[in-house]
Every structure is written in structure tokens, then in C-alpha cells.
Design a protein around this ligand. Structure first.
Ligand code: SF4
Length: 366
């Protein structure tokens, strides 16, 4: 028996995909799933209820839980011993693995490694159910160790909150970034894959429906319509050749309202804000939903308390170096987002814009 698992995010693309599935597959074999990151606006959750009622179908909510990982990190911090060596004496190499030498002013050679996605890369063997992370390269970075002060602070702060996004960042000791976008993997992909593997274990075949369009981004320009992703799961992207406008028109032709966040200037309706938010959208969020920014500012303090650097920034402000990161908060980025001309001048007219006006980029209130 094939189960059609439709990833639903609350956006127009996933709604169009769900509608295509409903028009082409037996209703009882369609399972819409929603991965709750804990970073969505309440409007997204309300919209899920609207869609469930409008289409008379239940959307399965999936929510990641990092309590075990946080527990393991607490053990790691409590057992961590400070060692004398501040830097690892391993060679920096280029892409081909050849050593690259750097020299201090006194002529001595400096060779230190960097690690990619977690501040504890070398030092956290206690991650339940996970392989040790891979080293990705070498650089002349300073090795930062846990100070006793940072350990005390982390042990006091590091407790699961029940919010997947926040718990994930507290466990990692940092927020995701464009280069280390672990939020998508941990909060969405892993949850969806594990749900689908459970269906396979129960004897079903699984077709995973995704509302991906090629014109969304450069990363997706080569997205295939149908693709095998392993583990007995196939991916189907029925609207891969559509434009966003087509998706809106299709949903409208079936009598469904788009997520109201589109009419409030949001180009995407997942996390608020997403770590990939653009400048204009961040300014719009700060005008319309200041509570979302205030929440992220609180999260920054909580995550910073769990970090050995004792600093964490939801979105790094442009031009801020790692050494300045301690004083960098989401408020700095919001202030920058309100500026024009490369961020140097404040956009005074932007502050006067009426936040209740429709700012949809898709002409929904044409
Ligand atoms: S990439 Fe953006 S939308 Fe996706 S999980 Fe991360 S913050 Fe949320």
C-alpha cells in the first residue's frame, strides 16, 4: 500500500501540493505532515487548523525533542577537564591536503584547526544515537575551551524548554547559520524521514510529496520532479515547474485562502524570522511582529548562557567579526535592516510606513 506523505509548512507551495495530491490520490492514503520547529508565528498554527477544516483532513504534527542530547551535554560539561594546551598542533592544509604554513611575527609556525558545525566538535563523544561529527578543514583559528565560569553558567541554564528550536540551539551552544543550517536537518528533515521510515517498517511504500519550485532559489534550480532518496522513499515534486503566482492562483481556484502572513509582507511563512531572512522582510517583521524579535532576543541570552563563548547571535549583523559577537544581538541586525544604502543610512520613510497595509509581494490584494 502506497502512503502519500505531503510535507505541509503552512505556505502556498505546500498547500498547492496537498491539493494536487487530494485531486489525484485516494484520500485515505494521503498523510499531510507538519514539522513544528517552535519558531513559527501563531498564525501558521491557526492556518493549519483552517486548512484541516477546509479540506476535512488531519495534518500530523511532528516535533523534535532534544532532552537526551541536552542531558548528554550536561554530563560532558560537568566532566570536562581543563587542559594546558590552548591550541591543537595539527597542520593547516589546503583542499588537496597539502600543509599550509603560517608564521607569527617572531617567525614561529602557527598551525591550528577549525571545526564546522558545533563548538564542541572534538570534545563531545557523548551524543546519544549520533556519530561523531566530521572535521571539515584546517585554519589558524584559536581553540576556545570551556572556562569554569562558562561551565557554571551553562550547567545552570542548560535544561530542556520543550521548544525544539531553542533546545536545539542550547544543545549546540549556537544558532544555525547559512553555512551550518542544522535547523532544517534536525527540526524538519530528520523528523519527516523518521516518520516515513516508520511507515515503511509498518509495511507501506512511501511517496514523499514536496512543494518545491525551481524558481525559488539557485539551490533548487535543478530540482527533479521525481527522485529516489533511499531507504525505500521516493520524492515527488508536482509543482516543480510552477511559479509562485501559479501556486496562489491554483489554491484560490480551489476556494482556499492563502496564509494571512503573505498579506503582511512575509515572502515565506515558516520560521519567524528564518535565519535566511532578507533585509526587507526582517524590517517588516520588526514593524509588524516586534514580539517575535523580542523572543529571539531572549533566546540569544539563553543560548549564550549554554555556550562556551558565552555569546550567541540569532543573525550576525553585517560587518561584525567573531570577536565583536559578544555585543551583537538581533536588535543590531534589526536596526541595520531599517537602513538603506548598504546599511549606512537609516530609512526614515520606512519607519513611517503603515504596518497594517498589505505589503504582499504577490499582489494578493490587487
Ligand atoms: S532554515 Fe529557516 S525556516 Fe528552515 S528551519 Fe531553519 S530557520 Fe526555520
Amino acid at each position: 500500500m502506497i502512503k502519500h506523505v505531503v510535507s505541509f509548512s503552512g505556505g502556498v507551495d505546500s498547500l498547492a501540493t496537498l491539493l494536487v495530491a487530494l485531486e489525484n490520490c485516494p484520500r485515505e492514503d494521503i498523510i499531510p505532515i507538519f514539522c513544528d520547529t517552535g519558531n513559527e508565528h501563531q498564525a501558521v498554527h491557526d492556518y493549519l487548523v483552517y486548512v484541516e477544516q477546509a479540506l476535512d483532513i488531519e495534518i500530523v504534527r511532528l516535533k523534535a525533542d532534544f532532552a537526551e542530547q541536552i542531558y548528554a551535554k550536561r554530563i560532558f560539561i560537568a566532566r570536562d577537564q581543563r587542559r594546558g594546551r590552548k591550541h591543537r598542533k595539527v597542520p593547516k592544509t589546503d583542499r588537496n591536503g597539502n600543509p599550509v604554513y603560517e608564521k607569527n611575527k617572531d617567525g614561529s609556525v602557527r598551525m591550528y584547526p577549525i571545526y564546522a558545525d558545533n563548538e564542541d566538535d572534538l570534545e563531545d563523544p557523548i551524543v546519544i544515537g549520533q556519530e561523531p561529527r566530521q572535521r571539515i578543514g584546517w585554519d589558524s583559528g584559536k581553540r576556545i575551551r570551556w572556562s569554569n565560569k562558562a561551565k557554571r553558567r551553562a550547567l545552570a541554564a542548560l535544561h530542556p524548554t520543550g521548544n525544539p528550536f531553542l533546545d536545539l540551539c542550547m544543545w549546540k551552544g549556537r544558532f544555525p547559520s547559512r553555512k551550518a543550517q542544522f535547523c532544517t536537518e534536525e527540526l524538519k528533515r530528520n523528523m519527516a524521514v523518521s516518520f516515513q521510515l516508520d511507515l515503511i517498517d509498518a509495511g507501506h511504500r512511501v511517496l514523499s510529496w514536496q512543494g518545491v519550485r525551481r524558481d525559488e532559489s539557485m539551490n533548487r534550480r535543478n530540482a527533479k520532479k521525481i527522485e529516489r532518496i533511499g531507504g525505500g522513499i521516493w520524492t515527488f515534486r508536482p509543482i516543480v515547474e510552477w511559479t509562485k503566482l501559479q501556486a496562489f492562483k491554483f489554491c484560490s481556484s480551489r476556494g482556499l485562502q492563502p496564509n494571512p502572513l503573505y498579506k503582511q509582507g512575509m515572502g515565506r511563512v515558516g520560521c519567524m524570522p528564518c535565519i535566511n531572512v532578507n533585509k526587507a522582510e526582517l524590517a517588516e517583521i520588526s514593524r509588524r511582529f516586534p514580539e517575535a524579535i523580542e523572543e529571539k532576543a531572549r533566546w540569544e541570552k539563553q543560548v549564550a548562557a549554554c555556550s562556551k563563548r558565552m555569546a550567541a547571535t540569532f543573525i550576525p549583523a553585517p560587518g561584525i567579526t567573531p570577536s565583536q559577537a559578544k555585543d551583537n544581538t538581533i536588535w543590531h541586525v534589526v536596526e541595520w535592516a531599517k537602513t538603506t544604502r548598504g546599511g549606512r543610512q537609516f530609512d526614515l520613510l520606512g519607519d513611517l510606513a503603515e504596518p497594517t497595509a498589505c505589503a504582499s509581494a504577490y499582489g494578493l490584494c490587487g
